[in-house]
Design a protein around this ligand. Structure first.
Ligand code: KIV
Length: 262
């Protein structure tokens, strides 16, 4: 999957499926499942590093995980998520840091924000760096919202979000993530854009959906937003396996003859 193919799916009426991945093992599993687009999300700050939010994730950490995913992915579109303060201070920062993601193997980058990042999106696009934009509840602005809250519920907020979406498309973004946005607003935005919208907590009318891998596998349950559907319960399975291992070691049932060399 490349960027033009990703964009084309909208006109072909085919839903786009995107998940996050942060390492080689899960990248292989995601590809075996036939999923063709992977975001190396800064959500790794929460699900891998155990932090309360994504704000402390660094460029070095993101590049390390992007390399792990990109070196493993054979056919998926790999998108690197630009961490907090890697693009906010200046257009120059945005271009330089985005370039590092492409050198690490990503084919595109994602940045959060609407109106305030238009000049970044224009510059990145001009220099051949495809941009996935991200509006609605953007986690890097969690302190401004006072928590992870649905955005765009009020009329003027909704209008501003639609205007941001159009401006991001005009600036050259190849797709747009809509996070925690009311269904009707996400539908309107999707209908007004020619680039695909990728929803996370934005209802069924988006052109595609993304979930954080550890949420959809039921591995991470510290905080489960309403929009998450766990398709597996790997944490429960892991707990069961670990307690069986502990029990069997304690009662000398493991290792048995079949796990021993002679
Ligand atoms: O960091 C991330 O995983 C994301 C997705 C949830 C869209 O930004």
């Amino acid at each position: 999957m490349n960027v033009p193919e990703f964009k084309q799916r909208k006109s072909q009426g085919e839903k786009l499926v995107v998940v996050t991945a942060y390492d080689a093992l899960f990248t292989r599993i995601v590809e075996q499942a036939g999923i063709e687009a992977i975001l190396v999300g800064d959500s790794l700050g929460v699900v891998v590093q155990g932090k309360a939010n994504t704000l402390s994730v660094t460029m070095d950490e993101m590049l390390y995980h992007t390399r792990l995913v990109a070196q493993t992915a054979v056919k998926s579109l790999v998108i690197g998520d630009m961490p907090f303060m890697s693009y906010q201070a200046s257009v120059e920062d945005a271009v330089r840091n985005a370039g590092l993601f492409l050198q690490a193997g990503a084919a595109a980058i994602k940045i959060e924000g609407g109106n305030q990042v238009i000049d970044r999106v224009e510059a990145l696009t001009r220099f051949g760096i495809p941009v996935m934009a991200h509006i609605g509840m953007t986690p890097q602005s969690v302190n401004q919202y006072g928590g992870y809250k649905v955005q765009g519920k009020e009329g003027d907020q909704a209008e501003a979000m639609l205007a941001d979406a159009k401006a991001l498309e005009d600036a050259g973004a190849f797709s747009l993530v809509l996070e925690a946005v009311p269904v009707a607003l996400a539908k309107t935005i999707t209908e007004h854009l020619s680039i695909p919208t990728i929803g996370i907590g934005a209802g069924p009318h988006c052109d595609g959906q993304i979930l954080v891998l550890y949420d959809l596998l039921g591995l991470f349950d510290d905080f489960v937003p309403k929009f998450v559907k766990p398709y597996a319960h790997l944490k429960a399975d892991a707990l069961q396996a670990l307690s069986r291992f502990k029990e069997e070691v304690e009662c000398a049932k493991f290792p048995s003859d079949s796990e021993s060399y002679h």
